[in-house]
Write a protein that binds this ligand. Structure first.
Ligand code: ADP
Ligand code: MG
Ligand code: MG
Length: 223
């Protein structure tokens, strides 16, 4: 059965940082067109906190890297801060089942690093948390719109026996396609819902950010 690289946690968080930092201005522009314009600043704040967490805590292993990421997002305002924070906190728990009790885990892999299926389950848990607190349904033009098909594509590919690279590739493709499609919908959650139909034609920045996060996991899975 297919596995993830030993340094998946470090690689994933590093790729998230690169992708979101590189797109903060563009995502902020989308939020200016169809929201209140603070998303770019919120991303920058999160990535600055992440850099500080990594420097201060010198994370080692999957859970510590994901903890640096989720703690950074929990320090950010807006709606996206707590939602991404709780989402990444669920991802940090991905490997719990693999290292029960005293936390030994598999000594051959990164401390408690998840299997592809465990990562898929954690993504699903993160989606459930985001929907529980954000109360967004699929189609409300939020980050959920990119996450939902990505989770489904990843799990379906793994259940069909695909290897990790192919399964994560399918998840990224589904997320990117769905994020693009949010341009055709009207926002029903968050600040963008205040502008109503003015959000039509504009990709939801949170969905685009989520697609970048799924893309980061694909790159990390390829090693
Ligand atoms: P705010 O809407 O409070 O200004 P941000 O600008 O930081 O928040 O983030 C905007 C993104 O957050 C949106 O593009 C959307 O994807 C996501 N978002 C906003 N509200 C919700 C919600 N209730 N559930 C899920 N995602 C949401
Ligand atoms: Mg905003
Ligand atoms: Mg705001």
């Amino acid at each position: 059965t297919s596995t993830l690289p030993d340094d998946f946690g470090r690689a994933f968080v590093t790729r998230v940082r690169e992708a979101l930092s590189g797109s903060a201005d563009a995502l902020g522009d989308l939020d200016r067109r169809a929201g209140d314009g603070d998303f770019g600043t919120n991303i920058r704040t999160a990535m600055t906190l992440l850099k500080k967490n990594v420097e201060d805590d010198d994370p080692d292993g999957y859970r510590e890297w994901l903890t640096a990421l989720y703690m950074a997002w929990l320090g950010v305002g807006g709606t996206s801060g707590p939602l991404f924070g709780m989402f990444f906190r669920d991802l940090a728990k991905a490997a719990d089942a693999q290292s029960p009790g005293t936390g030994g885990g598999d000594p051959a892999s990164e401390q408690g690093g998840p299997t592809p299926a465990q990562f898929g389950d954690a993504l699903a848990a993160g989606q459930a948390t985001v929907q529980k607190y954000g109360e967004a349904k699929v189609g409300d033009k939020t980050m959920v719109d990119a996450l939902d098909p990505a989770v489904a594509a990843l799990r379906e590919a793994l259940e069909a026996g695909k290897d990790a690279a192919a399964a994560f590739g399918a998840a990224e493709q589904a997320a990117v396609d769905a994020a693009r499609s949010t341009a055709e919908t009207t926002a029903r959650r968050g600040r963008a819902s205040y502008v109503g139909e003015a959000s039509e034609g504009v990709i939801d920045p949170g969905a685009a950010a989520m697609a970048l996060v799924i893309g980061a996991s694909r790159a990390a899975a390829e090693g």
